[in-house]
Write a protein that binds this ligand. Structure first.
Ligand code: FAD
Length: 397
């Protein structure tokens, strides 16, 4: 039996349920990644990061005497075509939440049926699958705290073992990797599971200091694992398990729960990037192009806001505290539509993804899941508290 494993945003070998199931159930396994032109070009930084993840995945598979078939085009058509070429009976892939990904899944199921291929989707994108936890009478949790309680009490799946072998059939044309895209941020982190695991190992000893340090802007004491989680170069379940073994892990594991929370929101409310989530949210935004440009380019004259926006452009990443302050400044001080801010972040962030980006923007703008929609961050007070000696502002001047 032969199976194709379609990698999408689960670009790892460790704790990858789709890959593990294929390796357990088939004699021959053909790993595939398809560069989808529909998704390319939205963010040069993420295009580069993705490319680095794919290149690393190919190298890791080659270390196991396997390889990664790389194609370009429509992932569904390319998967069906490859399955025909290698005589596969089955296709395994990870389930995803966005409307686009879910359409792709439905199309793959339908095409699989037409070609007598068994197509299966596997968990692994989040710790608890979206849609599993439901409050009485609802299809998803709208407020974080009860979700967090249910999430901690839920039965998590067991991480799957790293497959010993990924037995590739002979004679498969693997295809060339396209050239690495340029990206826009000179100091962006490098993609790939190898880099991700090194970073996790280096950081996990710091978990116990997370509660004290995570808001310290200049101290930069958060994990910076978000882009690796975004592309599945790390399994969120594995990150949680690594943290659970350490003292004082709660505040960090809680952040991983926020990620799961927004994924289950986006799963139930796919318009999260376009429409206000909260029923009855008032939206009246200023048409202020010049103000928006000053914000985006870090020229507002408010030091902590400008520093945050400079960090975003330089690194393709921004500290969470700065994300809160810059987003609050755009929506609450300048009164500019959160969708414009969301799109600007989405262009630059290497961890930029729909559920977390839109969910957090709506939270700050007061249109989302926050139970205090009129909350506003005073940039001066935030600077005094979280950058008291001005090192962050100076670093990103
Ligand atoms: P750590 O503090 O080390 O946290 C560990 C992990 O928990 C993160 O990697 C992330 O996966 C998750 N996490 C932490 N905070 C949050 C949160 N508030 N919401 C959801 N998940 C969280 N995060 C993204 O991954 N992608 C985005 O596009 C994104 N856009 C944001 C936009 C705004 C306006 C705001 C306020 C926050 C946004 N966040 C986003 C959430 C958060 O800022 C980042 O996840 C975090 O800064 C990443 O750094 P880290 O890996 O060092 O986080």
């Amino acid at each position: 039996r032969t199976a194709v494993v379609l990698f999408t945003r689960d670009l790892r070998l460790h704790d990858n349920p789709a890959l593990a199931a294929a390796c357990a159930n088939a004699e021959r396994v053909v790993p595939l990644f398809v560069f989808d032109p529909v998704l390319a070009g939205r963010s040069p930084n993420r295009d580069r990061f993705l490319h680095q993840c794919v290149a690393d995945l190919r190298a890791l598979l080659r270390d196991r005497d396997s390889d990664l078939v790389v194609r370009q085009g429509d992932p569904v058509a390319e998967t069906i075509r490859l399955a025909g070429e290698v005589g596969a009976e089955g296709v395994a892939a990870a389930a995803d939440v966005s409307a686009y990904a879910r359409r792709r899944e439905r199309r793959l199921l339908a095409e699989g049926e037409r070609h007598e291929l068994s197509v299966r989707f596997f968990p692994g994108l989040t710790i608890v699958d979206p849609g599993v936890l439901k409050p009485g009478g609802g299809d998803h949790y709208r407020v974080f705290s009860p979700y967090h309680r249910a999430w901690l009490a839920a039965k998590w799946r067991e991480p799957v073992a790293l497959p010993k072998k990924v037995p590739l059939p002979s004679g498969v044309a693997v295809g060339r990797l396209p050239a690495e895209p340029a990206g826009e941020s000179p100091d962006a982190a490098r993609g790939g599971e190898t880099e991700a695991r090194q970073r996790l190992r280096g950081w996990i000893g710091e978990v116990e200091h997370y509660d004290d340090g995570h808001n310290d802007l200049a101290g930069d004491r958060t994990s910076r694992l978000s882009p690796y989680l975004r592309f599945g170069a790390l399994s969120p379940l594995e990150v949680a398990h690594a943290a659970l073994g350490k003292p004082a892990h709660d505040p960090f594991v809680r952040q991983l729960c926020w990620r799961d929370f927004y994924y289950q929101v986006a799963y139930a409310f796919p318009e999260i990037g376009r429409k206000a989530y909260r029923r009855g949210a008032t939206e009246g935004w200023q048409d202020d192009d010049a103000g928006f440009r000053r914000w985006a380019e870090g020229r507002t004259g408010v030091p902590i806001v400008d520093a945050g926006m400079h960090q975003l452009r330089r690194e393709g990443w921004m500290h969470n505290r700065a994300r809160l302050v810059t987003a609050s400044y755009l929506t609450k001080d300048l009164g500019i539509d959160w969708r414009r801010g969301q799109n600007e972040f989405y262009r630059w962030l290497i961890d930029g993804d729909l559920p977390n980006n839109s969910g957090n923007w709506q939270w700050v703008a007061g249109t989302g899941n926050d139970t205090r929609p009129y909350r506003k961050f005073n940039p001066e007070r935030q600077r005094e508290r979280y950058d008291p000696d001005g090192s962050y502002v100076e670093r990103y001047a």
